[in-house]
Design a protein around this ligand. Structure first.
Ligand SMILES: Cc1cc2nc3c(=O)[nH]c(=O)nc-3n(C[C@H](O)[C@H](O)[C@H](O)COP(=O)(O)O)c2cc1C
Length: 292
């Protein structure tokens, strides 16, 4: 990667043209919106809303299904930067099925969105369980060949470090953290109704940055594989903070809403200034320094 910024899953990454544009705007790598086993419509609008300190969304993982994405996946090389493919499933078998199909296109990484409910465990979110997360990782590693596998963990886990360790032991090549936080709810007090049609939604943006930093910090303490830190990044300082907590690279999603599509360029420029002022020449030297 030419810089440590990554477009996070769920923002603009629905096709190759969009991903190319984000690379032109400075992203070091880009992630497709999560792809599932079959066509799935999302929740009804309103699905996304910004409030004072962050965003709340209940898009409901709308997906065309991997078979309909084959045309886009086949063009991945045109993007001009590493492409991560995010996948989800409602069971270990579904994760395996989607992973096997996408691995054939040789993405830079298969990211596992384990923040979705496991229908075979009464809807418990995979990422809340060390055992279920590890099972998904092991099943995907089995079919991924040489493609690195990176589960994306949730702060909802009681001990995110233990989940990360279990994933590492199951063969994960990297860990991403975190997905949206919550669920939360906002009520329109004049309408006397929750603002989202689905009522509950995941929180993202600046409000969750301290939670992301803590999760990355906890994970860095227990694993040896690289960490992709995600959550609340809008400025260069935020990337540096997540890297000091232990991230090797940093995802940006909601930051696009706050700073525009060129947030990647802006953040990298801000990082350069901070590094110069603080005597850093190599970005890698920032990784994990808050633990020293
Ligand atoms: C509208 C919206 C859609 C999202 N879709 C996905 C998705 O498809 N897969 C996924 O793993 N994460 C998804 N996320 C979570 C983001 O990738 C990211 O983990 C989270 O928003 C925190 O980062 P941020 O504060 O930079 O936005 C979505 C988030 C939002 C706000």
């Amino acid at each position: 990667m030419r810089n440590p910024t990554v477009l996070s899953s769920g923002f603009l990454g629905v096709n190759v043209e969009m991903l190319k544009r984000v690379v032109q705007e400075g992203a070091g790598a880009v992630t497709f919106k999560s792809i599932g086993p079959k066509v799935k419509s999302g929740h009804r609008n309103p699905t996304v809303l910004a409030y004072e300190w962050g965003m709340i969304n209940a898009v409901g993982l709308p997906s065309p299904g991997y078979k309909d994405m084959e045309g886009e996946l086949a063009r991945m090389k045109e993007v001009g930067a590493p492409v991560f493919v995010s996948i989800y499933g409602a069971s270990v078998e579904e994760f395996r099925e989607v992973a096997e199909a996408v691995a054939g296109y040789n993405p830079a990484v298969i990211e596992l969105n384990v923040s979705c409910p496991n229908t075979k465990a009464e809807g418990m979110v995979f990422g809340c369980s060390e055992k279920h997360s590890a099972e998904v990782v092991a099943a995907v590693k089995d079919v991924a060949g040489k493609v690195p596998v990176m589960p994306k963990l949730t702060s909802q886990a009681l001990d995110v470090g233990r989940v990360a360790k279990a994933c590492e032991e199951a063969g994960a090549d990297a860990i991403a953290a975190i997905n949206t936080v919550g669920p939360g709810m906002l009520i329109n007090i004049e309408a006397k109704k929750p603002v989202l049609d689905y009522k509950r939604g995941g929180i993202s943006g600046p409000a969750i940055r301290p939670i992301a930093v803590r999760c990355v910090y906890d994970i860095y303490e227990v694993v040896d594989i690289p960490i992709l830190g995600i959550g609340g990044v809008t400025e260069g300082r935020d990337v540096i903070e997540l890297m000091q907590a232990g991230a090797t690279a940093v995802g940006i999603g909601s930051g696009i809403y706050y700073r525009g599509i060129d947030v990647f360029k802006k953040v990298c420029e801000e990082m350069k200034i901070w590094m110069k002022e603080n005597g850093y020449k190599d970005v890698k030297k920032l990784i994990g320094v808050a633990h020293e």
